[in-house]
Design a protein around this ligand. Structure first.
Ligand SMILES: Nc1ncnc2c1ncn2[C@@H]1O[C@H](COP(=O)(O)OP(=O)(O)OP(=O)(O)O)[C@@H](O)[C@H]1O
Ligand SMILES: [Mg+2]
Length: 505
């Protein structure tokens, strides 16, 4: 069917255009029309207007050219203003000779009037026009006030921390004292549990970070400077607050300080108003972890024994319960591995990363946190951890699992021992049996089902130190945790070996 419906707007425009296409004569009252007998010719429309200006009536009649008749249908030129101007446009000769009424002035029209796209505005639109921007302004003001108050509160909070923190204005740390001196002088009642908290904060806040030295599961490790000396700063993200708190808590266990356990200096939570930075400051060891060290260097027999003995000493101290008021609970590490042992300048080990450790309360025979079954690094998990047969109510089980991991670390060290000009390359335990990031299942198959352990080469038997190390490893790796050596036993065996080998430790 033919489309016969022409849009209504088009009809109106067409009608106006056809009416204005011919010349049209109109009455004209302007000065220019005096010469043409007060008339004008146009291709557009005739217009008459009556206005009231300062109480005076004004009547005007003019021609309007066609190009001014926009928009079609309702040209601007032909619109009146209520209470002020009456206008009439028309399209026949002299049609503007009519007398228009003088606009009537009414206060209501003055209030309710106004121009909108469709003509005059109603009261509702006017209210909206006035109230809308006002509302927006109020909203902006409110947001501004809220933001200002929030910042003030954050600022005050920071100020309060600074004021409350006695370290800022009261404490005086003697300039000539090193960290070691301070720790020795200020450690709470000489128990070795560390610096008082406000000194920890003072130290932490005056450290200048230098370079990032490592990244772990919980954050970054930086080298920092304090009074001309190096310190290590482990920075936890706010998400890891629990790990930060737990690690700081364990490090501050009374009597924990030991030459083979990483020296803890300070814990600090810095609130910068937006987020919290959690710092754990410790001794810095430029060799880095045992993993880093063995990757770089092979070791002499003496070096191997020193590393092994110092690691056993550290673990024996950690595991040991010391009775008495200045006593120390037994602590199991639960994440022992070559990456969590640092190598000191004197090539002795310092056990680090105590964040997953558990403490034993011998009075009640309980553990200080609810231990979850499988924490730590899968590659180093003992068979009973992998197959979940570990008795978690029994603190000794956790110590036995640490010993299994220590045996793996010994294997890593012994491979790098130079004996008769031979040493092997560095490898992680089970490097030949599992992929690089093994799953629990992959580890369990190898360690529990196939009962495989890292290879102890036959030629190690030809060298006393390696033979002893091999024997210790085997006795660390028994499937039955209770049958494994204790850290103290290993320490004694290796001490004897140092005498045998004439090694100074
Ligand atoms: N006190 C320190 N002195 C020198 N280097 C350190 C110190 N502490 C950590 N590092 C370096 O930073 C690295 C990262 O340590 P971090 O404990 O965060 O992770 P990781 O031990 O490698 O892995 P994981 O998260 O499994 O413990 C270490 O491997 C070591 O090289
Ligand atoms: Mg670590």
């Amino acid at each position: 069917m033919a489309n016969w419906r022409i849009p209504l707007a088009a009809v109106v425009v067409q009608a106006v255009l056809s009416r204005t296409s011919q010349a049209l004569w109109c009455n004209c009252t302007t000065a220019q029309c005096e010469k043409t007998g007060s008339q004008c010719e146009t291709d557009g429309a005739c217009m008459a207007s009556t206005s009231l200006i300062d109480g005076q009536e004004q009547h005007i009649r003019v021609c309007i050219t066609r190009d001014k008749l926009v928009p079609p249908g309702q040209p601007f030129y032909c619109r009146g203003a209520e209470g002020f101007l009456n206008i009439h446009c028309c399209y026949t000769d002299y049609c503007n000779s009519i007398d228009l009424k003088v606009p009537s002035v009414t206060t209501s029209s003055g209030l309710g009037g106004g121009y909108g796209p469709g003509g005059t505005w109603g009261l509702v639109e006017l209210v909206a026009v006035i109230v809308g921007p006002l509302f927006l302004l109020c909203l902006l003001l409110l947001v501004g006030v809220f933001l200002y108050q929030y910042h003030q509160r954050a600022y005050n909070h920071r100020q309060r921390l600074e004021v409350e923190d006695p370290s800022c204005d009261h404490i005086y740390l003697p300039k000539d004292r090193t960290l070691q001196d301070l720790i020795y002088d200020l450690s709470t009642s000489g128990s070795g549990s560390g610096l008082p908290l406000f000194v920890q904060r003072t130290v932490a806040r005056t450290i200048v970070l230098q370079e990032i030295i490592g990244k772990g599961r919980f954050g970054e490790v930086w080298r920092g400077r304090w009074r001309g000396g190096d310190v290590a700063v482990k920075i936890f993200s706010s998400r890891e607050e629990r790990s930060w708190f737990r690690e700081a808590e364990i490090y501050q266990t009374i009597m924990l300080r030991h030459e083979n356990i990483l020296g803890f200096i300070a814990a600090d939570n810095k609130d910068n108003g937006t987020w919290t930075q959690l710092w754990l400051v410790s001794d810095y060891h430029e060799h880095g972890s045992l993993f880093d060290y063995l990757n770089h260097y092979s070791v002499t027999t003496e070096g191997m024994i020193k590393l092994a003995l110092s690691a056993a000493s550290g673990l024996a101290h950690l595991h040991m319960e010391i009775l008495g008021t200045q006593g120390k609970p037994g602590i199991a590490h639960r994440d022992l591995k070559s990456k969590n042992i640092l190598v000191k300048k004197n090539c002795n080990c310092a056990i680090a990363d105590l964040g997953l450790a558990v403490r034993h309360d011998s009075a009640t025979d309980t553990i200080d946190i609810a231990p979850n079954q499988r924490v730590g690094t899968k590659r180093y998990m003992a068979p009973e951890v992998l197959d979940e047969t570990i008795n978690m109510r029994h603190f000794e089980s956790f110590k036995c699992a640490d010993i299994y991991a220590l045996g793996l670390v010994y294997w890593e060290i012994a491979r790098r021992c130079n004996s008769g000009g031979i040493h092997e390359d560095y490898q992680l335990p089970y490097y030949d049996l599992v992929p690089s990031d093994p799953s629990i299942e992959e580890m369990r198959k190898v360690v529990c089902d196939q009962k495989l352990r890292p290879n102890i080469p036959n030629w190690w038997r030809s060298y006393e130190a390696l033979r002893v190390m091999g024997k210790i490893m085997r006795e660390c790796w028994y499937a039955n945790g209770a049958a494994r050596l204790t850290a103290l036993r290993i320490k004694k065996t290796l001490s004897q070996l140092t005498i045998q080998e004439d090694i100074k430790v």
